[in-house]
Write a protein that binds this ligand. Sequence first.
Ligand SMILES: Nc1ncnc2c1ncn2[C@@H]1O[C@H](COP(=O)(O)OP(=O)(O)OP(=O)(O)O)[C@@H](O)[C@H]1O
Length: 696
Amino acid sequence: MSPTEGRPDYDTPHSPSQTAQAEPARERTEETLFNLWQTSRALLPSQTTIGATRPLNRKSIALAHRVARMCATDVHKLFWSDHPYRMLFLLALSFARGVFPVFKGYSHAMIINEIQSLFVSNYSSWARLTQLVGAEVLRMAGERLLESFAADNEQFLQNSIRFLVEYQQLEQRVRLDVPTLSDPVIRDLLAESDMFVASFQALGGFGFTSPFNVIRVFTLLSEIISHLFVLSSVPHGTLPFLALLLSLASAAAPFFRQFYGPRFDARPYSASEMRQAERQEQMRQLVFSETHRPEVMLFGLGPWIMNTWSSARRTALDIQNDRLPHHFPLEALLAQVNMAQVIASLHNVPFMLMLQSSTALGSLALYRTSAQAFVLAISSLFATAQAAIQSIFLMGAFCAFMELKPQLRPLATDRAVYAPRVGGMKIEARNIAYTYPGASEPALKDVNLTLEAGETLALVGYNGSGKSTLAKLLLRIIEFDSGELLVNDVDIRRYDPVELHAASAAVFQNFARYDTTVAENVGTGFVHDIERPTAVRKALRLAQCEQVVDGLPYGIDTRLDSDTSSASPSPVGTSMPPLPERTPHGLSGGEWQRIALARAFMRANRPEIDLLVFDEPTSALDAQAQAKIFDTIDTMSRSSSGQKCKTVVFITHRLSTARRADKVAMMENGRVIEFGSHEDLLARDGSYAALYQASV
Ligand SMILES: Nc1ncnc2c1ncn2[C@@H]1O[C@H](COP(=O)(O)OP(=O)(O)OP(=O)(O)O)[C@@H](O)[C@H]1O
C-alpha cells in the first residue's frame, strides 16, 4: 500500500464530523474522535498539560474503548493492511511469550527433582537427567530463536508503521491551512498526535507509551493465567498454603511500597516547567546563533542571558533551592533500609517452610518462582495497561488530527470553481474585519475597496496599520471574521484556496530563506521548473540577481546561508563533513530580497497567474534597482500586446512608487481611510498627501 492510499483525497467530500472538528469552538452533539479526545482531556486535573497520562479507571477505560472503536479503520490500515502475516506472527508470539516463563519453570523443576531423587533416594537415572537437560537446552535455544524472530519482526513492524504515521502526519500538516493550525485547541491536538508518532521511536518497551503496549497487556494476561494454572496445582495442606501466601506477600512488597513508600513520580511537565524549558532553549539559541552574536556583543547581553538561562535551567533540573527535604523521620529512616535485601531474605522463608513438607524440591522452586512472577506480572499489568490506555488516547488524537479539514476549504455543496477573467482578478472588499487569534484589537476594521481586473493597487500607511494582513486576506492565507470579499464577483469563501493560490504569485514581507542552493531557493516559486537551470536563470535575470549569483563559488548550485542554519549546532553524531558546495554562503539583505523576487518571478508571468502581490518588494533595494523591479512587474502584468492581464497589489513605504499604481489605499489603524488614484488623494490633501509630501 502506498502511504497515500486510504487517506481522504483533497476533493473527497467531508463528513459532518470533519467539519465539526475543524470548528472546535462550536457546540457538537454527535460523537466524533475530536470530542472524545477532548472528553479524555477533561479526565486530567489540569487540561493545560499536553501529553499528561489519563488515570486508569473505569471512565477512562470506557472512553478508550470508544476511541479505539472509532479508530478501528485507521488502526486496521496502519497495523494490519501492509503486513498481515507479520502482525499475526507478532500476536501469536505475544501470547506464546506469556507462557514461556511457566515452561521454563517446569523444565527447571523437573531437572531439580531428578537431581534430588538421584542424590537423596537414588531412585533416578543419569540417562533421564541427561534427557531432561537436553530438553532444557532445546527449550532455551527455541525460546532464544523465537525471541530473536519476535524482536526482528517487531522492529520491522515498528519501522514500517512509523514510516506510515510520519508520512500521514507530514501530508496532513502540508494540507492544513494557517487558520486551522493557529487554533489553540488544534495545536494541543497536534501536540498529542505528534506524541503518538514519536511513540514509534521508543521501541515500545515496557514503561514507554506505545500502541504495542496494548498487545503486551495480552501477553501479561496469558502469563498470569499460566502462573495461576501452576499455582492451582500446589499440594493441599496448611504448610504449602502458608508458604505460598508468604511467597506472594514477599513478592508483592515492592509493588505496595510504590504506593506507600517514598514516591518518585514520572509526572508530566507542568505548563510553567514547559515555559522554563522553552526559555532555557531560547537563551541557549541566543548563545549558539551566529546571527545573534553581533547584538549579543553590542548590547552586552551576556550576563542577562546567563542569569535567565541559569534560573530557567535550575527550575528545569529542580535544583532551585538546596533545602534538605522535610521528610518524616520514620520515612527517612525507612528510606535508609535496603528494602531489596529485606525482601530477598523474606523470599527464603516460604522456601524453608516448604522444605519441611514432603513436596519435591524442584516443584517447590517452581511454585515459589511462579508466585513471584505472578505478582510481578500483575504489577506490570497495571503500568502497561495505563500506558496502553494513554497510547489509545494519543492514537485518538492522531486519528482526529488526520480527519481535520482545512478551515478555508469550502463545503462541496458551496464550492465555486474559479473562473479566470480577461485582464486579471477583480477584487471587491466590503466591510471586512479581522482580529488575530488571541489579539484584543482587530487588525482590520470595516475595510472597503474595489479593484477592477488588471488594475494596480498600492497599499500604503503607517507601521501596523494592517497592510500585510489585508494582503494575506486577499491571498486567502487567513480567514476574515466578518464582511464580504468578492473575487470575480464570487464570495472568496466559495473557492478552494488551492485554486486561488494556483492563480497568484507573491513576495511576503517575511519571505522564506531556505537553507539550500540558489536554484532551489528560486525554483520553489514554480516547482515544475525547479530542475530547469534556464528557467531559474531567467527568473534571476528578471530580479536583477544574475550577476550576484554568477559571483558565487558554485553559481546557482551554491548553498545559501539562511541565517537559521547556524542557530543551533547539529546534534551530536549527526554532523557530516560538509561538501565544498555545501558550505553555506551568506547574502546581503538586498540580495536575499532579489532571490525572493526571483522566486515570485518563476511563476509571475505564467498565463494562469491573475494576481501578483508584493509586500514591500524593494524595501532593501537602492532607488535604481527599485525602479527596474517595478518596470519588470509592470511588464509581467501585461500581455505581449501591452494589454493588462494581471491584477497587481503592492505594499510600499516609499510613496514615490505608489504613484505608479492605478489606485492607492491609505491605511490607518486597520481601516482604509482614503482610496482613489494618486492624483485624487493628493488633491484631497488628507493623510496620504501629508505622508507623500513628507516622504518626497
Ligand atoms: N500574527 C499576529 N498575531 C497577532 N497580531 C498580529 C499578527 N500579525 C500582525 N499583528 C497585528 O496586526 C496589526 C496589523 O499588522 P500588519 O502586519 O498587517 O501591519 P502593516 O501595516 O503591514 O505593518 P508594517 O508596515 O510594519 O509592515 C498590527 O497591530 C500587528 O501588531
